[in-house]
Design a protein around this ligand. Structure first.
Ligand code: HEM
Ligand SMILES: *[C@@H]1O[C@H](CO)[C@@H](O)[C@H](O)[C@H]1NC(C)=O
Ligand SMILES: *[C@@H]1O[C@H](CO)[C@@H](O)[C@H](O)[C@H]1NC(C)=O
Ligand SMILES: *[C@@H]1O[C@H](CO)[C@@H](O)[C@H](O)[C@H]1NC(C)=O
Ligand SMILES: *[C@@H]1O[C@H](CO)[C@@H](O)[C@H](O)[C@H]1NC(C)=O
Length: 370
């Protein structure tokens, strides 16, 4: 007994000293890092959590996550490197050009919030964008702690227009665009877990923060369920945005459904995988982790990057609540293009209610503290 205990302590002491031996002290006097190139990211994480995100899964965290996609996806195997160099910061460095693309409507907020940090921290724009997204989503209960590799060079030219998918596009065109950047249709489904912490600021007339599911502040599986519900109501579209959404079951509760999410949930290529995400928190979290690890380095030479994942905050654990049909809906509304068995889920009790607008429960439509 005594012998076993001392062996255990010895092993522990050895492991701890081996770990410490490799770490360097950072210039801030607070952090240690596995590589000195990671030091700046510990400082950046603290700054973002305090000043940008308030350590919550609010509007600014959502917008930072969306920006990771809009920067990275501007890459084409078919078109070659002259079309864009992927996760390279070009959307921030050449915002005057890239934000003319309507597919980038709304990403200006994230750029405005993050770009000043380039003057304050010695990081490139591509690193800043991917790191901020990882820190932001770590605040969303149920999200994974994403990988972060550092060292993307600054983009030297803007991406061409047409590489960022639009919600009104034909589903097979969207699949083709994603394949051209290195993503399979099922990897796209895994990435679309992001729409569980998402709200539109641009698609609905006179409204901001219109959610894609009933729980926009938790990284749960509700979006995979709610996109499958038959519905016949549409919120009034903003001018020119009529085709971005399809009618849904929860419009009366203030929710919208993207045409693209709907079509991907119903496509023969992805319907079974989409349905398998419902109430499957572990698969959603793992799939998003793995697909985001690819997204974050699109177009980059990973042999030149340094693993600084240790600077990404530990993620907030999932709320341990199974997926449920929102009040007023139920299994009779399911539109299932795949024959696989569907989980038996409860329906939230009570009458349908408006989805809260802010993490603090504030229901003012346009005034969410962020
Ligand atoms: C087929 C691909 C996709 C399409 C067509 C699409 C489309 C959209 C649209 C139209 C919005 C609403 C923007 C607004 O009106 O403010 C949105 C929001 C969002 N998207 Fe996607 N998206 C796609 C893939 C992704 C991916 C791969 C990510 C992962 C990083 C992502 C993350 C987000 C987030 C986090 C938001 C919410 C932003 C906020 O709440 O402010 N999207 N998306
Ligand atoms: C920051 O978040 C906390 C809860 O986590 C909240 O009480 C506080 O009001 C928030 N501050 C701002 C400025 O939004
Ligand atoms: C900025 O960071 C790079 C890469 O880590 C480093 O080579 C360079 O010396 C740093 N510059 C300053 C001014 O600290
Ligand atoms: C990347 O560009 C930003 C903005 O112009 C600049 O502040 C930063 O020093 C650049 N970094 C490198 C390594 O060139
Ligand atoms: C719309 O859907 C609701 C809920 O499923 C249903 O009660 C109503 O009859 C439908 N209205 C029309 C016009 O189909």
């Amino acid at each position: 007994m005594v012998f076993k205990l001392s062996v255990g302590l010895l092993a522990l002491a050895t492991a701890v000293s081996a770990a410490n031996y490799k770490r360097v002290a950072c210039p801030d006097g607070v952090h240690t890092a596995s590589n000195e190139a990671c030091c700046v990211f510990f400082e950046l994480a603290d700054f973002l959590q305090t000043n940008n995100f308030n350590s919550t899964c609010g509007e600014d965290a959502h917008e930072a996550l969306r920006l990771t996609f809009h920067d990275a996806i501007a890459f084409s195997f078919m078109g070659g490197p002259s079309m864009g160099t992927g996760a390279d910061g070009s959307i921030m460095l050449f915002e005057d050009i890239e934000l003319m693309n309507p597919a980038n409507n709304g990403v200006d907020d994230a750029i405005d919030a993050l770009k000043p940090l380039l003057m304050q921290f010695n990081v490139t724009a591509g690193d800043l964008i991917q790191f901020a997204g990882a820190v932001g989503v770590s605040n969303c209960p149920g999200a994974p702690r994403l990988e972060f590799l550092a060292g993307r060079p600054n983009a030297t030219f803007p991406a061409v227009t047409g590489l960022v998918p639009l919600p009104e596009e034909n589903v097979n065109d969207i699949f083709a665009r994603m394949e051209d950047a290195g993503f399979s249709p099922t990897e796209l489904v895994s990435l679309l877990a992001s729409h569980t912490v998402a709200r539109s600021d641009t698609l609905i007339n006179d409204r901001q923060a219109v959610p894609f599911d009933s729980t926009p502040f938790t990284f749960d599986t509700q979006v995979f369920l709610e996109v499958l519900l038959k519905g016949n109501e549409t919120l009034p579209p903003a001018s020119g945005e009529a085709d971005a959404q399809v009618p849904n079951a929860l419009a009366a509760q203030g929710e919208m459904r993207l045409q693209s999410d709907f079509a991907i949930a119903q496509s023969p290529q992805t319907a079974c995988f989409w349905q398998s995400m419902v109430n499957n928190q572990a698969a959603v979290t793992q799939g998003f982790h793995d697909a985001m690890a690819k997204l974050a380095v699109v177009g980059q030479d990973t042999s030149k990057l340094i693993d600084c994942s240790e600077a990404v905050p530990m993620a907030v654990p999932a709320v341990s609540k199974p997926a449920t049909f929102p009040a007023g809906t139920g299994p009779e509304l399911l539109m299932l293009a795949c024959n696989s068995p569907f989980p038996a889920l409860a329906t939230d009790p009570g009458v349908p209610t408006t989805i809260p607008e802010c993490p603090d429960g504030d229901t003012n439509l346009n005034d969410c503290p962020s």
